[in-house]
Design a protein around this ligand. Sequence first.
Ligand code: SF4
Length: 351
Amino acid sequence: MNCYIHVPFCRSKCAYCAFYSVPGAADELKKRYLERLIRELASCPETFDTVYIGGGTPTFLEEQDLERIFSVLRTAPGAEISMEANPETLTAEKAAMLANYVTRLSMGVQSFDEAKRRKLGRECSDEAIRRALEYSALFPHRNLDLMYAVPGDSMGGFAADLRLAVASGADHVSCYSLTPEEQTRFAGTVIDEDLSADLWKLAGDVLGERGILRYEVSNCARPGAECRHNESVWYGGLLRGFGPAAASYDGMKRYREVESVTGWLEGAPVEEDVLPPDARRREIFVTGLRTVAGWSRQAYLALPGALKSEWETFGRTLAEFPENLREVSPENLRLTEAGLLFWDSFAVELL
Ligand code: SF4
């Protein structure tokens, strides 16, 4: 079982961000959030194989508050515990405490270029990044998030970001293209799609040459450093979510907590996403196609209720796409590197 904890607080709101978070929340609200979270975690009977603490900015919470979360979480031996951190809120003391629990620290750097970070509304100095990277050496696995296709981006500038990410010692790099979401300050920005595709390929090349290999559209890792939590969720693993806006999946239905800290504190009902079982399996199949490995027949047929006829239909549908975009065999269905760029078109066809 996988666990996701959403910490819905940030120091300030980044210009591109559409995640649910409250900037600069008062201590009283954080305290009430924490009390309820601790109660829910303490009363949950599950033992988790993976935990992902995201947000928001988990490191916006105080050291002792974070430690209370770990004190009530039930985790299996060898569990992967990932946590997102922002350089400006990671102190030496916090990092030292977190290193007792967290196996994988994911740092939202976005760019090593201060002017680009300013454009993104990321209030973070070069010095804060340098210090945070030094502290992050305490963790067995480290991810850095980078962003590309930001207006003004160039191949040379992004290549420098990628090289610096590798030089920092990270064994995992996630690269996300800027998406001008409606509710963000980038709404209406036109993305240069050709440049975006070139930058995506560049990420695979620069990181790949240095042993950090793409294993999902946006994620690259040294072999063995892949995020187990995300891999499990992509392939339909069970998920229990805690906190406002957190999603859960029980093998049949998806649930989502209300996107409001106060609503969540007042006990607003969870939203249920009910789909017929075959439509749910199609959704999971399409998500798994974002991985470089794609699906084995055995893995697909292990999904509850999965049918051989569904596997064959997926194979026939993929086979209608140009040969350089997909690999279709009786035992394996996957997209090639060129095909991953067209994942959206495959998704429309398969859903
Ligand atoms: S990108 Fe991260 S730090 Fe920035 S507002 Fe969104 S959740 Fe907060």
